[in-house]
Structures are given as C-alpha cells and as structure tokens.
Design a protein around this ligand. Structure first.
Ligand code: BGC
Length: 416
C-alpha cells in the first residue's frame, strides 16, 4: 500500500470516529461573544469535549440577551429549538410556562441541587416546583471598574459617596481623560440605571419601583433623582459613546484612556483576559450609594424539549457538567462572575471575586439582594424592554428627568 493510500485510510477512519463522537452533541445558543466571554465558553466546550459531547456554537451578540431571545423565538417558532440556551431570570419562567423546557428534576435530585443553589436563584431555575434550568453563575451589575495607574496619576482614591464619585470623574475630565467609559446601547444604560435607582432611593425604593412596579415609586421625586444621576453620568462619557460595545468600553479602562466603567462583573473577564490582576492593575468597587446591596443576575442553561434520546442524554450531561463544583470554579474564574453554588470556597478567586462572593452572601442575609432590572431578574421581558426605551431616550436627551419618570409610569403600565 502506498503512503498516500495509507493516509487516506487513516483519515477515513478518523472521520468515522469523529462522526460517531459528534452524534453526542449540544447546540448552545448564547450571547458570550467578547474576548473574556469567549474564553469562558471555551471552558464549557472543553469540559463537554472531555466527556465526549460535541459543541455546536450559536452565538448572538448583545448584552442582556434581548437579541439572543429574539433569535430563540424565531428558532422555536420554526420548530428548530436549540438543545441548550443561556437564559436569564424571567425569560426562563416564560419559556417554562409555555411548556418548552425539559424537566431536570431527577438529575437535580441525584445531585442535591436544592441544597446548594440559593433561594434567590432557585426562584428562576424552577417552575411549578420542577427544575427547568441549571445556574452556572451569579453576576451583579452594581460595580465600578477602574484603572489603578490612572487613579494614582490623578490622585484619586476609591470614592465612597456619590459626590466623591462625581468629583473623581470631574478630575479625570479636567485632565483630558474620558471619565466614564460607556457604550451607548439601551442595555448598557439600563445596567447603570439599576445602580442609579438603588443609589437614589435605597433597597425599599428599588423593590417598590423595579420589582413591585408601584406607579407612585416609578413617578416619584426619587425616580427623578435617579434620572438626574443618569444625566450626570452622560456628562462624563466621551463623544463617540454611541453604539459602542461594552467590551470596547472596558478596553478604554484597560488601556488607561478612561478612568471608570459602571458594568456587571463580566467586565472583569476582559481585564483578566488582558492579563491584568484585580487589586493591582485594576480595581473594583460597588457603585457609590449602593454599598451593602447587590443587584444580581444569574446565567442559567435551559434545555429545550427534544425528541431524540441521544440529544436528551447530551442535555443531561451538559446540565451535570454545569453544576459540578469543579466546573463552577473553572468557569467563573474566567467569566468574572461567582459560582451559583453556595458550597464553593472562595480562596481560588481573585480580590474582586472574593469581594463579590462575600458581598453576595452578606446581601442575601441582610435583605440587600435584588434582581437586576437590566438583566431580566426584576420584572418580565416586556416591562424590562419598556424601561429600556425610556431610560435610553432620556440618556440621549429626548426627555428631561421629570418627563422620563412620568414616561416610565406610562410605559410600565402599558407593558403589563
Ligand atoms: C449576562 C452575562 C454577559 C453580559 C454581557 C449579561 O446579561 O448575564 O453573562 O457577559 O450580559 O454580554
């Protein structure tokens, strides 16, 4: 046999075995497209590959997942649901209510999920008493990310009040830097708004306005103050903010072109991916005015009902991998979030991860833990989208603060 023939035969055998392995496969719809996010996806893909499960990637860019959810709806309507989907809070509940999600109860019981997933997450992972999603992490939105060298150059120490935070931004602006790195997309403005509402009104107000949707709170002077704070933030972004992706805004802080970014801790994934260390080259602290509280969101994987038994087995293998304690460490170190499980020691995490884990536990114990409106954990997708519209219109100068608060009342009422 010639060398060439031998080679062809080897390739054919390899192809055959690849086909056999690929029969066990998950198609995963997600919105993890930045550098740090892609690295985190890589840890999941590799973990599944080690167990013989193939990965078909279905990424749809756009933080908060609105665009991914639009694509998902089209796929399901066409009778072609992906096997697994990254999903947030109330969206999980909506799909479960439609009867579209696979029941994970027996795996959850075998692995004792109920004992290690906190109640605030189980509220979204379960529907009608059954497990319908596997939570991989907890993120939170009330963080500021800062460039340490630039803080030192400008003589800025960590601000501990809203006034000090504004003063620090003023110093950066006066020195010719971009004070606040921001990407002008509705979900990014909404992400900052979570903290402005919490900072202006405190936990009870956040609950009344964002969770209970009380019209009196939504239209209150406190809400006007939250919008005023958004206008203050607007005055510290650069001229090119419009449409910028969040990770490009993070890159401005990484590069020392900008002082701060208000963003969820997926931003930490970008710093880490750039080879920077928490507490050294970059800093994290809670948005001044929100200390003691955490506005959280949790990425969960929901498995869609599929007929094929091998696909069902792959779904369970994926859910099992996602919930394993080892994987929750590996993944969250890269992603910037903290584990969804409460039984994971924090010692392997960096300074921001350890702070995040401690603050999450404290907030949960003291009644300071709230779902993020911007990331689908405070109210339904339709209310969330209605809020996005008002917040972004105000940020772009369409409404003054008082009009924005009034518009919020109307928009929320219509969306319910
Ligand atoms: C998700 C994060 C993601 C971020 C930006 C959030 O809604 O929960 O996992 O990194 O959006 O894409």
């Amino acid at each position: 046999m010639t060398m060439m023939k031998k080679l062809h035969m080897t390739v054919a055998v390899l192809a055959l075995s690849t086909t056999a392995a690929a029969a066990q496969e998950v198609e995963v719809l997600h919105w993890w497209t930045s550098g740090g996010e892609a690295a985190a996806v890589g840890t999941l893909r590799d973990t599944l590959a080690a167990g013989g499960i193939g990965w078909q990637d279905m990424p749809v860019a756009g933080g908060g997942g609105s665009d991914a959810m639009t694509v998902l709806r089209a796929r399901v309507t066409a009778g072609d649901a992906p096997t697994a989907v990254q999903m947030l809070g109330f969206s999980i509940q909506d799909w479960a209510a439609e009867g579209a999600l696979a029941n994970l109860d027996s795996l959850a019981a075998d692995q004792g999920w109920a004992d290690v997933v906190p109640a605030a997450l189980q509220r979204f992972s379960t529907y009608d008493g059954s497990w319908v999603a596997a939570p991989v992490n907890v993120h939170s939105t009330n963080w500021v990310w800062a460039n340490t060298a630039l803080m030192a150059e400008l003589g800025i120490t960590q601000p501990t009040s809203w006034e000090e935070f504004v003063a620090a931004m003023e110093t950066a602006k006066a020195a010719g830097y971009t004070a606040l790195a921001h990407g002008g997309q509705a979900w990014q403005e909404a992400t900052m708004f979570d903290s402005m509402v919490m900072g202006a009104g405190g936990p009870d107000f956040y609950q009344a306005a964002m969770v209970d949707l009380d019209p009196a709170a939504l239209g209150s002077d406190t809400m006007v103050e939250a919008f005023d704070r958004m206008a203050t933030l607007r005055s510290y972004v650069d001229d090119n903010f419009s449409g910028r992706d969040w990770n490009l805004a993070t890159a401005m802080v990484i590069n020392g072109d900008a002082l701060f970014q208000i963003m969820g801790d997926w931003a930490k994934g970008e710093f880490v991916n750039a080879g920077m260390t928490a507490g050294n080259e970059f800093q994290c602290f809670r948005v001044p005015g929100t200390e003691g509280t955490v506005t959280f969101n949790s990425d969960q994987f929901a498995m869609f009902n599929v007929a094929d038994e091998s696909d069902q087995a792959s779904q369970l293998a994926m859910a099992s991998a996602v919930m394993s304690p080892e994987f929750q460490v590996t993944f969250n170190l890269v992603k910037g979030s903290v584990p969804a499980r409460t039984d994971i020691p924090s010692d392997q995490f960096d300074a921001c991860g350890q702070l995040g884990m401690a603050q999450l536990a404290e907030a949960a114990a003291s009644g300071g833990l709230f779902g993020s409106m911007a990331h689908g954990h405070a109210n339904t997708p339709s209310v969330q989208n209605a809020m996005y519209d008002v917040i972004t219109a105000h940020f772009n100068g369409e409404y003054d603060a008082a009009t924005a608060a009034a518009e919020l009342v109307t928009a929320v009422e219509i969306a319910q």
